[in-house]
Design a protein around this ligand. Structure first.
Ligand SMILES: [Zn+2]
Length: 890
């Protein structure tokens, strides 16, 4: 999953003959794996393990009005020992009957009692026990179709039909982690794999998509039809999918697997790039994993709203359309990179996650870290010019920022209750997970690592695993004790800083290396050590990897020129050189990835109080000829971090002038206009610089952005820079511009462009306009409730009107909570308070959270409170020096 936190095609009929082949293939797969037994013992979870589902037949009938649905679930179960009752998951479902049929004998009526907090139902016979054996459980029930992407939900969107805007509705599902129980009663924990046969009763004209291919479609009275899907492979409930709506489809195939991309009407032409990427990715993964994709088809659905990220439903991956579609009329390299990367992530899950599934949410990191790593590796393979490793380094740096704080957690972290499963979908799980897997791959070698993955896939296909299973197979492939190396990285929080001191002895370099735990603001953190593969590189290209343990070590190099640690940048640790080596390395020739990492490490050392801010600014200020966009993206982020710690308006203005001077250099080089021969990174760098210069008040950039916005009808703004231009325009909007941005948001039918308009409106610096936008978000149904809440709570941070955003949020908290989903509520106060750098606000955030939400919301609030305190400590320590530096360099 990727949580939130982006011309009509003729329908091509597939030849009937290929369907037959696929059915045989499925049958063969099922025969091979029907007896894969789930390993239940010792797996956490709420549900007793003595009743196990084998097969679900589900029939779903949405009611007219699309607010509710009727369901029938027929579940083949096995009772392994006599039980007084059957407990399974059900949330927001009303049962009308529940009956148990033994293989022979009378049916048994069951009485249902519900535990709403635990999201379970207990079904008990009138008297006596349910004996061990096989049964068929039939439940007739009804449920709710929600407005948030949790369970079965409806999303409304606009479509342009004959020049007019029409309101449309699509039905969709989002089950991970714990929402399948809102569509059907069942064993909604990942270890309970079962096969599924879904059917849905819908209006005749609608398209219905599920995990498996359609088996048949039966016309019903009243212009309805029942669409039934083929029996699935054994899978976890969180991967079940159902989509219903008016859609267009783009079709293709690769290696005998049918590929479909479904879009809202009129958008199938925008799916061509994703289809081409999918073909490359699926073929590559068929080879990499050594096990073919397991289903006869792979559909991807571009959902025009609702879900803001993407979800790897087996055979029916869902994306927000802004993450899957690429409009050929608006070519954008950034969009192609996004589509490719997210598709590779979700498709990697079809193996790693779906075919082999974590037994419980405590091993989520392995799914997500692996899929994230695989996406980077796939982009590097097919598009080396995209610099995916540098993108991944920016992502890793974010995870390292969180992982060095008091509120971090190990990537493999206990999840006692599945209600807490969403807590682990964070940048530590994804970013540290990816970084650790990459470090391990580099350490054991690419081929050995792939061999281990292949062994793991073969051994555990159609079953559930823990991290230890993967280490066992990697150990077999590599002949090394992977478990011992990995345990400290996956089971301990945080990471080390490697301290490197270099001296010259008789013309040879001697490096002393030692490790300690790196924290940003947690001096009392337990001292931990790791087994660290450190790659050293000398000035003449010689490289050496050593495993640094608890004891310091020395390494010798032939010449006294500076030796770099973490060469290749695959390590998940910071490096702190002695002062002289630091300066010599900064001044030496490094590739972009190493320049980026040197700056990132230096900035983290500043935040931790290990390096003076002026030293970092001197490094950052030096690269006048720096051309790399990722390096500049880091610099822009660091300057923004520092700028937001300054309170006094005249000091802020001075720092803004400094930012304009620093970023003006690269911007003069890239300019506003795309040049024919420029590389793909240049437009992306251009966009980042326009936005940052506009934010810092560069009058020329603001003027040009306005002019381009006003002239957009006669000369469309180039797609890559358009979000940046709109953000600058939004920041300095007057009343008339505000109205134009609103009109833009209301008229676009493309979700990505709708997001661009919303982002521009979140930048409003004029307090009265900001207030009007907030009122509109709160008081109207113009945006879906989840989108409205997210825009509302992020306004302060984006616009700089932090106090206004915070006051508005706390003044209307009950109304905002009423709009938000239960999970969405958790983020409202943290998002609004996050931009503060005053410890008193951290306390206010925690007090308000305790007063308004249950204890489950506290973790997010604590993370944000810690972030606020960290900024306050950097502010107290470094801001004098930072502003002095800026003022001394007008
Ligand atoms: Zn994922």
């Amino acid at each position: 999953m990727i949580p939130s936190n982006a011309g009509r095609q003729a329908d091509v009929r597939r030849p009937a003959s290929s369907c037959v082949a696929k059915i045989f293939l499925v049958a063969a797969l099922l025969a091979a794996h029907a007896h894969a037994e789930p390993r239940l013992a010792g797996v956490p979870g709420k549900l007793p393990k003595d009743v196990v589902p084998r097969h679900y037949a589900l029939r779903i009938t949405p009611a007219a009005g699309l607010e509710r649905f009727e369901g029938r679930a027929i579940i083949d179960i096995e009772v392994t020992k006599a039980v007084p009752a059957i407990t399974l998951n059900a949330a927001e479902l009303a049962f009308s009957s529940a009956r148990l049929s033994p293989g022979s004998g009378e049916d048994i009526d069951l009485a249902a009692s519900f535990d709403a907090a635990r999201e379970t139902a207990t079904l008990a016979p009138a008297g006596g026990l349910i004996a061990a054996g096989a049964y068929r459980l039939q439940i007739d029930y009804s449920g709710r179709i929600g407005r948030h992407p949790q369970g079965f939900y409806q999303l409304r969107y606009k479509s342009r039909e004959e020049g007019r805007l029409a309101e449309k509705t699509m039905l969709a599902t989002q089950m991970e982690p714990v929402h399948a129980r809102k569509l059907f009663p069942g064993w909604d924990e990942p270890v309970f794999r079962a096969t599924f046969e879904l059917s849905a009763v819908v209006d005749e004209a609608l398209t219905v998509i599920s995990n498996m291919p359609e088996a048949n479609s039966t016309p019903l009275a009243g212009g309805r039809k029942e669409v039934a899907f083929a029996r699935s492979v054994p899978m976890s409930t969180y991967l079940v999918a159902l989509f219903i709506g008016e859609m267009d489809k783009l079709e293709d195939s690769v290696d005998g697997i049918r590929l479909g991309i479904y879009t809202a009407k009129g958008k199938a032409g925008q799916a061509r790039f994703a289809m081409q990427a999918t073909k490359q990715i699926v073929r590559y993964f068929n080879g990499y994993f050594g096990v073919r994709y397991a289903l006869p088809k792979l559909d991807q659905i571009a959902v025009p709203g609702g879900l803001s990220g993407a979800m790897e439903n087996w055979g029916a991956i869902a994306y927000n359309e802004s993450l899957l579609l690429h409009d050929p009329a608006e070519p954008s390299l950034r969009q192609r990179q996004r589509v490719f990367g997210i598709a590779a992530h979700e498709i990697a899950h079809q193996w790693f996650g779906n075919l082999v599934t974590m037994a419980w949410w405590d091993n989520l990191w392995l799914n997500e870290g692996f899929a994230t790593w695989m996406a980077t590796r796939t982009a590097e393979r097919f598009h080396p010019e995209w610099g995916a490793a540098k993108r991944s380094a920016l992502f890793k740096d974010r995870a390292m920022g969180e992982d060095a704080r008091r509120t971090t957690h190990p990537i493999q972290t206990p999840v006692e209750d599945d209600a807490r499963a969403m807590d682990v979908f964070d940048s530590i799980t994804y970013g540290k997970g990816e970084a650790f897997i990459r470090m391990l791959e580099v350490y054991v070698g690419e081929d050995v690592f792939r061999d281990g993955i292949r062994r793991y896939m073969r051994a555990h296909a159609f079953s559930n695993t823990t991290t230890a299973d993967l280490w066992r197979h990697l150990a077999e492939a590599s002949g090394r004790d992977i478990q011992a190396l990995a345990a400290r990285w996956t089971e301990q929080p945080g990471y080390p800083v490697v301290k490197v001191a270099q001296r010259c002895e008789r013309g040879k370099a001697v490096l002393a290396l030692a490790q300690e735990r790196f924290t940003l603001n947690d001096p009392a953190a337990p001292s931990l050590t790791w087994s660290i593969p450190v790659t050293l590189a000398g000035a003449h290209g010689e490289r050496r990897t050593l495993l640094l343990g608890e004891a310091p070590v020395e390494a010798r190099f032939e010449s006294c020129r500076p030796v770099r640690a973490n060469a290749g940048s695959a390590g998940y640790f910071r490096v702190q050189y002695d002062a002289q080596s630091q300066q010599r390395i900064a001044a030496s020739r490094l590739d972009a990835l190493e320049r980026l990492r040197l700056l990132q490490d230096a900035f983290a050392l500043v935040q931790a109080g290990r390096l003076d801010v002026a030293r970092y600014l001197a490094m950052m200020d030096a690269p006048g000829a720096e051309t790399d966009r990722s390096v500049w993206e880091h610099v822009i982020g660091a300057l923004r971090f520092l700028r937001e710690l300054i309170d006094a308006p005249e000091e802020r203005a001075a720092f803004d002038r400094y930012i304009v001077r620093v970023l003006g250099k690269p911007f003069r080089r890239v300019g506003w206009e795309a040049r024919p021969a420029e590389d793909g990174d240049t437009p992306i760098l251009r966009a980042a610089l326009i936005e940052a210069l506009g934010r810092a008040g560069d009058a020329a950039v603001i003027g040009e952005a306005r002019a381009r916005f006003l002239g957009r009808d006669s000369r469309p703004i180039e797609a890559t820079i358009r979000p940046a231009v709109l953000n600058v325009v939004g920041r300095y909007a007057d009343e008339k511009t505000f109205e134009s941005l609103l009109a833009l948001m209301r008229s676009v039918t493309n979700f990505g462009q709708k997001l661009e308009a919303q982002s521009a409106l979140r930048q409003l610096a004029d307090p009265q306009l900001a207030q009007r936008w907030l009122e509109l978000l709160l008081r109207t149904d113009e945006l879906p409730p989840g989108e409205a809440v997210s825009n509302l709570s992020r306004l302060g941070g984006d616009s700089g009107q932090v106090e206004l955003g915070w006051r508005f949020t706390i003044a209307h908290l009950p109304e905002i909570y009423a709009k938000a989903s239960p999970r969405g509520r958790v983020y409202v106060l943290p998002a609004a308070a996050g931009p503060f750098a005053d410890p008193a606000r951290a306390e206010e955030l925690l007090a308000l959270t305790r007063a308004n939400l249950d204890a489950g919301a506290l973790y997010e609030a604590e993370k944000t409170a810690d972030w606020i305190r960290l900024k306050a400590s950097v502010k107290a320590r470094e801001m004098r020096a930072a502003t002095d530096w800026a003022k001394a360099r007008p």
